[in-house]
Design a protein around this ligand. Structure first.
Ligand SMILES: *Cc1c(COP(=O)(O)O)cnc(C)c1O
Length: 371
């Protein structure tokens, strides 16, 4: 993983993933402005910053003014501490087995049930802060209603645990008209009223766009930082962050009625040209996009035909200028005009899964970083 690969590496690369760190920073600044300023906007960099490389993304966000970061696991937090000296790093999955890594890397756990709270209380002895996650409808992580009742009845359970924040998480934030949003907000307000005072946080990327009532003390966007549209169905307010391109390896003429690829699942309706491209499901180019997605070549769309395989896919380039659809040229898989959300729709999934699935094989180029 290098920030700027050499021309020789680029010349040999089968596929290239360009990550625009300046766009990530601009997206964070835009969201921070929406929620009332830099101190009110954390950044979620779990899963290696949604697959884009937390070691590059997090320092870019720090330079943009972000002071609070969320990861999912202890290992992610420990790795992130090596690149972020002082920023707050919170671990969404909470403590597992031992408090040692939290102390060593100065990680703040998110406590998701009373057992985790009791564990942390024994360790913290008034010194080590934690966040408390209240479940208001996900039924995934966070104190369920019965545990919240118990905690409200026995506030001593929190003795010796300085609260860095109280969180909850929205289930349907990308659907502004869904009444579950307002129900969760009301439940969160009710929970806050029964707990000690601490900074409150409810909104991720889409929650921010539900309006100021959802912003509380700080927001926790992830996906929108990386260019995923937080308001599906409306124009994407975020800047595009990733470009993914893969090399055309071969172009061949294929006669009418001949089949293409595994299972002979595509049959040529006419004599035409097929380009074989160096990206497949091992690169995160999901097999469910077979027969459905398209790639860009010289500004035109070429349909993916046949089944996407591990390392390769085939596209019909009969309508593309042969000088552009030629071995050695690149096909555009993700760019400004066909973004992660479009690629996701073609594969029957969401932009989050496309981003986190992009493989390790693509040569990574970071733009807009330091140096
Ligand atoms: C992943 C996650 C986020 C970020 O969500 P986005 O939709 O990517 O903005 C925020 N909070 C919690 C608890 C999460 O798990």
């Amino acid at each position: 993983m290098t920030a700027t690969p050499s021309p020789r590496m680029l010349a040999r690369a089968s596929s290239v993933l360009e990550i625009d760190l300046e766009a990530v920073a601009a997206n964070w600044r835009a969201l921070a402005a929406l929620v009332g300023g830099p101190s009110r906007c954390a950044a979620v960099v779990k899963a290696d910053a949604y697959g884009l490389g937390a070691a590059f993304v997090a320092p870019a966000l720090l330079r943009a003014g972000c002071e609070r970061f969320f990861v999912a696991t202890i290992a992610e937090g420990t790795a992130l501490r090596r690149v972020l000296k002082d920023a707050e790093i919170a671990v969404l999955n909470g403590p597992v087995a031992s408090a040692v890594p939290f102390k060593a890397a100065r990680l703040v756990p998110v406590l998701n049930d009373l057992a985790q709270l009791a564990f942390w209380r024994r360790f913290a002895k008034g010194e080590h802060r934690a966040m408390l996650h209240i479940d208001t409808g996900m039924n995934r992580l966070g104190l369920p209603p019965g545990e919240l009742d118990r905690l409200a009845a026995e506030p001593g359970l929190l003795d010796g645990v300085p609260l860095a924040a109280i969180l909850s998480h929205l289930a349907c934030a990308e659907e502004p008209d869904n009444p579950i949003n307002e129900a969760q907000r009301a439940d969160f307000l009710a929970a806050l009223a029964r707990l000690p005072k601490a900074p409150a946080s409810l909104a991720g990327s889409s929650g921010i766009y539900l309006g100021p009532a959802y912003h509380f003390d700080f927001a926790r966007p992830g996906a929108a930082l990386y260019g995923v549209n937080p308001v599906p169905g409306r124009p994407n307010p975020m800047r595009s962050v990733v470009r993914l391109k893969a090399r055309i390896l071969q172009v061949r003429d294929v006669d009418r009625d001949r089949s293409v690829g595994y299972g002979a699942a595509h049959r040529m309706a006419h004599t035409g040209r097929i380009a074989t491209i160096a990206a497949g499901y091992a690169d995160g180019w999901l097999r469910s996009g077979s027969h459905r997605g398209t790639v860009g070549i010289a500004g035109k769309r070429a349909p993916i035909v046949g089944r996407i395989s591990m390392d390769l896919m085939t596209v019909d380039v009969s309508e593309i200028d042969p000088r552009a659809a030629t071995p050695g040229a690149f096909a555009d898989l993700i760019d400004e005009t066909y973004g992660v959300d479009e690629a996701a729709a073609a594969a029957g999934t969401i932009g989050y899964e496309i981003l986190t699935g992009i493989g390790r094989r693509a040569l990574r180029i970071y733009r807009g970083g330091p140096g």
